[in-house]
Design a binder for this molecule. Structure first.
Ligand code: SF4
Length: 555
């Protein structure tokens, strides 16, 4: 169990050791080598909770490392993590299970006429493992003198009045299921800090609590998607046939097809990973309407598609995982109504926690790193007045590529959410000419309709979670709470048939003696889909003890 006694007071406390938070720490050490910076993360080890596509646009990352570690290109980590430079970029449209059209050239041409979807072209970017990238960044931060502490789960920002943050309270460790202290009990301390940087990733617990505490508002509700991904070991011949510099993005079947539906937003990916490994995934907007839909079923269909199958057939899934992506874009960035700052006073919100995903690319990794750099600059320039940090950070973001991208993509996801992929995608080409359409929270979109492309067999969630290597201490309070069980019994089960049992990628929910329960919390992958897709908004996810959760190493 981590001992946090030594770090109960720091200048800068970063919650979340992902690319955004670590970029803040690294850039800050470049600008102010003597400043004390502490980064905490709930994962057991660096990179364990980081899962993504992941295509990395190089510019902000190169700029960060050029300043921090000029010889980084010669390191073993650079040669490993950045080994796959994208030189083949397939953008496919799958029409049914055997037909595929490559629309790359069409999109490239469309780009000449300013059509936003051409931003999906990724030539020259890297295809990376985000868990490896995170581990590498964490080690650079440590070399520069940053305290990077894993196994620390944060609970909330401690505020003084409505605005000034005093620090962050960690969660208690060593409590049993009944709430009693066990012999290993350690009270969660408050780490005091002059600056608090929230970089927890999508739907962060501390961030969402702070948004409420500080009265921040979103112009439009946040929308989410769920990504499920498998890393598959294939034969050297299959890998060579795919080629190491290739990424495939596919839209259409099995989540939407013209006329017959199902009309869901998202698509499949196939990325080259390390030698003889391919990453295959499916990303689906959480505004799906099918009561019995599970993104893993769509992944099965995707893997069976005649375009994908030859590359992975006979392969072994060596790692798997799930995570949500914030898709609401520009209108869903949480801001202080008085100043429009992304955060408040001495608290800044970064990366996926702020929702900096460019929906024309469906990518946010570069924006996360860029936002981390801007947060560091804001801290460096407000040392005498930390309460100005969030305003300064927002000014820097507004002048950066992050704001430019978020602005350019601001109507795309909303238009699709409003009209569905078939009409919404072509309409979204009009980009900034479109008005802002009102959208509803994802959980309100559930209907009683069934998903018509379900595979014949139930997806094997046990194997999926086994290769995610997720673990939690069994004897701790459940971190998934069904707010009102009578809603499950009287409203959800009779009407929708308890969709959480189906859509949870880890099989956490079960019916036991006619009651829906979070029966297997130790399987949880921390994707938080259940708290955003329960049709009655009846599930809450709270942080379990530090060190619990998936143990991604190559995702
Ligand atoms: Fe995701 Fe909720 Fe299932 Fe955990 S219980 S894996 S957060 S859907």
């Amino acid at each position: 169990m981590p001992n946090n006694n030594e770090y109960n007071q720091v200048s800068v406390l970063v919650v979340g050791a992902g690319p955004a938070g670590l970029a803040t720490a690294i850039q800050l050490k470049v600008l102010k080598p003597d400043i004390d910076v502490c980064v905490i993360d709930k994962a057991l080890d660096l990179g364990n909770h980081n899962l993504s596509g992941a295509v990395l646009e190089p510019e902000p990352f190169h700029a960060l490392l050029d300043a921090a570690k000029p010889d980084w290109r010669d390191t073993d980590e650079a040669k490993d993590v950045l080994a796959n430079v994208i030189d083949k970029d397939d953008i496919m449209f799958f029409l049914g299970k055997n037909m595929a059209f490559n629309i790359y050239k069409m999109l490239k041409l469309a780009g000449k006429f300013g059509v936003g979807w051409s931003q999906m072209i990724h030539h020259g970017d890297y295809s990376v493992s985000i868990s490896k990238l995170t581990k590498w960044m964490g080690n650079i931060a440590k070399e520069m003198g940053v305290e990077v502490l894993t196994g620390f789960a944060a609970d909330h920002v401690v505020v003084d009045g409505a605005s000034v943050a005093k620090g962050v309270k960690l969660i208690d460790q060593g409590i049993d299921k009944e709430g009693e202290k066990q012999p290993n009990f350690v009270a969660g301390e408050t780490i005091e800090a002059r600056y608090v940087v929230l970089a927890e990733g999508c739907d962060g617990l501390v961030t969402e609590r702070f948004i409420e505490q500080a009265g921040l508002q979103r112009e439009s509700t946040q929308l989410y998607s769920l990504g499920v991904k498998e890393l598959i070991k294939v034969t050297p011949e299959q890998y060579a046939k795919f080629t190491p510099g290739r990424v495939v993005h596919a839209m259409g079947y099995p989540i939407w097809t013209p006329v017959r539906g199902p009309g869901m937003f998202g698509g499949g990916i196939v990325y080259a990973g390390a030698k003889d490994h391919l990453a295959v995934g499916m990303i689906v907007g959480l505004d799906w309407k099918y009561r019995d839909f599970n993104a893993q079923d769509a992944l099965v269909r995707f893997k069976e598609h005649s375009f994908v199958k030859p590359f992975i057939e006979g392969g072994t899934v060596v790692e798997a995982g799930a995570k949500m992506i914030p898709e609401g874009g520009y209108y869903a960035i949480p801001r202080d109504p008085a100043t429009q700052s992304i955060g408040k006073a001495n608290v800044m919100i970064l990366g996926d926690s702020a929702g900096f995903v460019n929906m024309l690319k469906i990518k946010g990794l570069h924006n996360a790193i860029d936002s981390g750099i801007q947060a560091a600059k804001a801290i460096a320039t407000t040392e005498n007045d930390p309460q100005r940090a969030a305003v300064e950070y927002t000014t820097l973001i507004n002048g950066s590529n992050v704001a430019k991208e978020m602005e350019s993509a601001k109507n795309s996801r909303h238009t699709i959410a409003k009209f569905g992929p078939l009409q919404g995608m072509p309409l979204s080409v009009l980009g900034s000419w479109l008005p802002k359409f009102k959208v509803e929270p994802d959980y309100e979109m559930m209907t009683t309709a069934p998903y018509r492309l379900k595979p014949n067999q139930n997806f094997d969630k046990d194997t999926f979670t086994a290769v995610a290597a997720t673990e939690h201490r069994e004897e701790q309070p459940a971190h998934l709470k069904i707010v009102d069980p009578t809603i499950c019994e009287t409203k959800c089960t009779p009407v929708y048939g308890s969709p959480c049992i189906t859509f949870c990628p880890a099989g956490v929910y079960e019916t036991i003696h006619d009651e829906v329960k979070a029966a297997n919390p130790s399987n949880c992958l921390h994707c938080k889909t259940c708290q955003r897709k329960c049709p009655f908004d009846n599930i809450r996810w709270v942080a379990p003890e530090g060190g619990g959760g998936p143990r991604y190493k190559r995702m």
